[in-house]
Design a protein. Structure first.
Length: 569
């Protein structure tokens, strides 16, 4: 008896129906076709050599690793920039626990930790001529530019000094950080204006660049190889299948937030100054300092936030690659002198590394990459750390983003940063308001940074291999409802505003009387911890959908579709 894909209970009914000659002939033809198809399939199922399925490790650790890699692959396949960031934030409605990094606080002795967190090798530039490799002009032209710009830069500094003393008469009563930031911002804006006005006639890329004033630079990434905190160790030891992994290295999420004075970006990239063979070396990677301790031991603070990647502009801008950023060094104002001169230098290097890495990571995320899907080509930027008088110059090359889990040991790629020693643009401003001891070497470094022209190194498809071919941003979707929904969710996540309802918490009296001592057994179990609910595991799409009033329903007032559709990736 052939069931033809129908349940056994219906076979007897078919037997009765088949008494009809017409139905019987139809069944015979169907059986012949199905038999022919099965013979064709049988021919393809046999091979000369046996092919066995892959034998997978069924341990808990191996299964978790496969699940994680599967999730990373799902993120890679998401077509648009905004949806990738939404997808990464999907597992946590209230945000992830992150380590806060910022440009306003750089802890003591944090350079080794920052090198570990960003997988960066730092090279100290001892000779003032080392950074000339990126210059695209000869020494004679450089001297001509220096002489023509020198007087204008001096006048700009004198003007800013006069303006600051008149516009802020109570500057002496300001906080040191605020006072330095205001003065440095004015100097940077005037220096940038002067350099662009003079050099743009000879260098077209300065005409095409965009300038962001006080932009928002944010980036997140996952760092592995860190010792787990006590609560994680205790939690794993309480589960049989995780006991052996209780002390395994732990991944921590880093979230950087900074606001530079000024940033310049272009549609093309800067030329890398390290080739692929130099940046791919497992032995060189082993020389990077390892900081396995909890970041809180250095003074960093943890908080719960949505993960954000913002390089100072929204997705869809044409000028997507950064060339120069001016960073503040006002955090040194609150740094005790007892830390020493050497730590001050290391703090500047650490700040240059974290700000450069974060800005490039934000740009990489707008090209489809993230901390889980690695770069396919290097990215470069130039960073200046200044307070208006003291200047430090850095160049950074981003080669890899994989720093989490086993990649912290196995990834052969490394990032590079090189920088100059601290230099003074001028000695002082005398009583008559004139600049004294102007340093032309600082001006030469500035000119070299500005004339370093970005170039086209690869096609658009090579720059964005993990984005869709037709749809790269949510603005490319034809469905207006989907565009509006995704834009609202994306900008709400990037704003990092708190939820309209407070995060559920266990009050102290509940901890004492309900959890530790269980003295209120007769009370109804209504709280989340009594019902076995973990609020931190709530996902981004676990919320009440938006209601559609009857009069506004597309199918009419009698339609049963009363909730608006969601378009989470």
């Amino acid at each position: 008896m052939i069931s033809l894909g129908i349940r056994w209970e219906t076979c007897r009914k078919l037997q009765i129906l088949c008494t009809s000659p017409c139905l019987a002939s139809r069944l015979q033809s169907t059986v012949a076709v199905s038999t022919k198809g099965s013979n064709a399939r049988d021919n393809t199922e046999y091979t000369d050599e046996p092919i066995y399925p892959e034998i997978q490790d069924l341990s808990f650790k191996a299964r978790k690793l496969r699940d994680t890699e599967s999730w990373h692959e799902e993120i890679r396949k998401v077509p648009t920039v905004e949806e990738k960031l939404i997808k990464i934030n999907m597992p946590r409605y209230y945000g992830f626990k992150v380590v806060d990094l910022s440009d306003s606080k750089v802890p003591y002795n944090c350079l080794p930790a920052m090198q570990h967190y960003t997988r960066t090798i730092y090279e100290d530039v001892k000779s003032k001529d080392t950074l000339q490799e990126t210059a695209q002009t000869d020494d004679k032209k450089l001297e001509v530019y220096t002489e023509s710009i020198k007087s204008e830069i001096q006048e700009s500094i004198e003007y800013v000094n006069d303006y600051f003393s008149n516009a802020y008469p109570d500057a002496a009563n300001m906080e040191p950080q605020e006072r330095e930031n205001i003065f440095a911002r004015l100097i940077v804006e005037q220096v940038n204006r002067t350099l662009i006005n003079v050099l743009s006639s000879d260098f077209l890329h300065l005409h095409e660049s965009e300038i962001d004033y006080s932009p928002r630079h944010e980036a997140f990434w996952s760092v592995g190889g860190i010792n787990p905190p006590k609560n994680v160790v205790k939690s794993k030891k309480g589960r049989k299948w995780q006991k052996e992994m209780a002390n395994d290295p732990y991944n921590r999420l880093m979230q950087y937030s900074g606001k530079p004075f000024l940033a310049i970006r272009h549609r093309n990239q800067l030329t890398p100054w390290k080739n692929e063979s130099e940046s791919t070396n497992i032995e060189l990677a082993k020389t990077i300092p390892r900081f396995n301790y909890d970041p809180r031991t250095l003074g960093y603070v943890c908080s719960h936030k949505h993960l954000t990647n913002i390089p100072g502009f929204w997705p869809g801008s044409g000028n997507i690659f950064g060339s120069i950023s001016y960073q503040s060094r006002a955090f040194l104002q609150i740094r005790p002198d007892t830390y020493g001169v050497e730590d001050f230098k290391e703090a500047l290097h650490a700040h240059a590394i974290q700000s450069s890495y974060s800005w490039l990571l934000g740009q990489a995320s707008y090209n489809g990459f993230n901390t889980f899907n690695d770069l396919t080509y290097p990215m470069n930027t130039q960073t200046i750390v200044t307070n208006g008088r003291d200047w430090s110059f850095y160049e950074y090359q981003l080669n890899t983003l994989l720093v989490h889990s086993h990649h912290v040991d196995d990834n052969p790629k490394v990032n590079f940063c090189r920088g100059t020693a601290e230099m003074k643009l001028y000695g002082e401003i005398n009583n008559s308001g004139k600049v004294v001891d102007f340093n032309e070497d600082v001006l030469r470094h500035l000119i070299r940074f500005y004339i370093n022209a970005p170039e086209i190194h690869r096609s658009a498809s090579e720059r964005q291999p993990y984005l869709g071919s037709d749809v790269k941003y949510i603005a490319d979707y034809e469905n207006a409802e989907k565009r509006e929904f995704l834009e609202r969710v994306f900008k709400d996540l990037m704003s990092n505003r708190p939820r309209h309802l407070a995060i559920p918490e266990i009050y102290l009296w509940e901890k004492i009387y309900k959890i530790d001592n269980k003295t209120r057994v007769m009370e109804p179990k209504r709280r989340f911890f009594e019902l076995g609910i973990n609020p931190w595991l709530r996902t981004l799409d676990q919320h009440q959908k938006e209601y559609i009033p009857r009069a506004l329903r597309p199918e009419g007032p009698k339609s049963k579709k009363k909730w608006k559709e969601t378009f989470y990736p």
